[in-house]
Design a protein around this ligand. Structure first.
Ligand code: PMP
Length: 431
């Protein structure tokens, strides 16, 4: 049977024969999704699901502006970035215009893993050092270098025991579940970074973190933490990387970039996912001086990073975010979502807390509000039941007990109400 006529069961059997198991591992019996529209996914029977997890399709699925730009550019030219064409320059100028000084120089690649990998090479070349400090429970990619700094247990349960000696983990500053939960949490967690830096005779190459920790469940870093850490790392001659792959592009509602929430300016920014709305785009932005060091001492060529099609898509995405006021939508609809989830949490004991802000939130499920015992099996069962009710939802976090809430930014109040009402129903039915 060809791919369009085989049943879902046959397709999964064919998938399991030909694809590595790690490539696709959501749901025991996944719905067969062949179409998407805005915040909806549509299976081959015509069933419509509300997509609460797709932070890649930031504009919504099948965005007409992106489709038209890609199709137009594919019909004109798509070549590698060795040639001179306006698209790559226009796109890089648009990116730089969104960033504060001195972040003025762009490198274009094809994914978040590549962007963070390249950022690590840039900071290590510039400092002549390798030691890197990162948060336990963070995720930054699958390449060899980004895997070294990725320690989210839901992706790789043994990752924290197997770090190379140049990787230094500091505790995730989680104010709900972590060791420090009081008003001094920022200071206490920042002390852990100071202790690592003090123990490095040559100083660190860099500190790398997301401004809201995605794989940890949308955990917000305590106010003042990043500012203290950046100061400590810089005083020791190190650099700072803000991984904006999940949080950037207006998702928090309050800011376009996550680092802006903390009043800091990193030395290097990495971005991907939303940048292409599903088309493979990643980029690094840094200051000219660091890019120059890397240009003269490092080797770099990306065949299709910043290709004419990728540049056209990247510009179409930025146009849509601006023209459709998607950051404003994230702020308004995110506030409604937050208020509804807070009300839900007041009625259902299983909800321990709601992390995050805007259209990046995480609903942490616990069996006991005192011990915070994670409700992991419950989270899996709730996702399965929500799928039956028409909502795509997945769990994340160290204990896979945090329901991700990171829908396309075009989501409406009505869709958010549908999600919260279904979750209310499931929690009422079972827990
Ligand atoms: N950084 C962060 C924060 C991410 O969430 C991810 C992907 N989940 C990556 C980097 C890697 O991006 P990609 O999957 O595009 O390689």
């Amino acid at each position: 049977p060809d791919a369009t006529t085989s049943s879902s069961t046959e397709l999964v059997a064919r998938r399991d024969r030909v694809l590595a198991r790690v490539q696709q591992h959501y749901y025991a019996r996944p719905p067969r999704i062949e179409r998407g529209w805005r915040q909806h996914l549509i299976d081959t029977s015509g069933r419509v699901y509300l997509d609460m997890v797709n932070n890649v399709a930031v504009l919504g699925h099948s965005h007409p502006g992106v489709t038209a730009s890609a199709a137009r550019q594919f019909g004109l030219l798509n070549t590698n970035s060795r040639f001179s064409y306006a698209g790559i320059v226009d796109y890089a100028e648009r990116i730089v215009a969104l960033l504060p000084e001195p972040l003025d120089t762009v490198l274009l690649v094809n994914s978040g893993s590549e962007a963070v990998d390249l950022a690590l090479r840039i900071v290590r070349t510039a400092t002549g050092r390798k030691d890197t400090i990162c948060l336990a429970g963070g995720y930054h990619g699958w390449t060899t270098a980004t895997d070294e700094i990725s320690t989210s247990l839901n992706d790789n349960p043994s990752s924290r025991d197997t770090r190379p000696p140049w990787i230094h983990l500091v505790p995730m500053p989680n104010q709900f579940r972590g060791a420090h939960r009081g008003p001094d949490a920022a200071d206490r967690y920042a002390e852990a970074v100071r202790a690592i830096v003090d123990g490095l005779p040559d100083g660190p190459a860099a500190f790398v973190a997301e401004p809201i920790s995605g794989n940890a469940g949308g955990v917000e870093l305590p106010a003042g933490y990043l500012a203290q850490v950046y100061e400590t790392v810089r005083a020791a001659g190190g650099l700072t990387i803000s991984d904006e792959v999940q949080i950037g592009y207006g998702r928090t509602g309050d800011a376009f970039w996550g680092f802006e929430l903390h009043g800091v300016v990193p030395d290097v920014v990495t971005m991907a996912k939303a940048a292409g709305n599903g088309h493979p785009i990643g980029f690094v932005v840094t200051r000219r001086e660091l890019a120059e060091r890397f240009s003269s001492e490092g080797a770099f060529f990306s065949s299709v990073g910043g290709s004419p099609v990728s540049s056209a898509v990247g510009i179409a995405v930025l146009d849509a975010i601006r023209d459709e006021d998607l950051q404003g939508n994230a702020r308004r609809v995110g506030a409604h979502l937050g208020a509804r989830l807070a009300e839900l949490a007041s009625r259902h004991r299983l909800i321990g807390t709601v992390h995050g802000r805007g259209l990046y939130q995480g609903i942490e499920l616990v069996r006991d509000p005192e011990t915070l015992e994670p409700a992991t099996a419950e989270a899996t069962a709730i996702c399965e039941r929500l799928r039956e009710l028409g909502v795509i939802e997945h769990a994340t976090g160290d204990h896979s007990n945090v329901l991700k809430v990171k829908p396309p930014l075009c989501i409406t109040v009505e869709s958010v109400d549908f999600f919260v009402d279904r979750l209310d129903q499931v929690l009422t039915e079972g827990w």
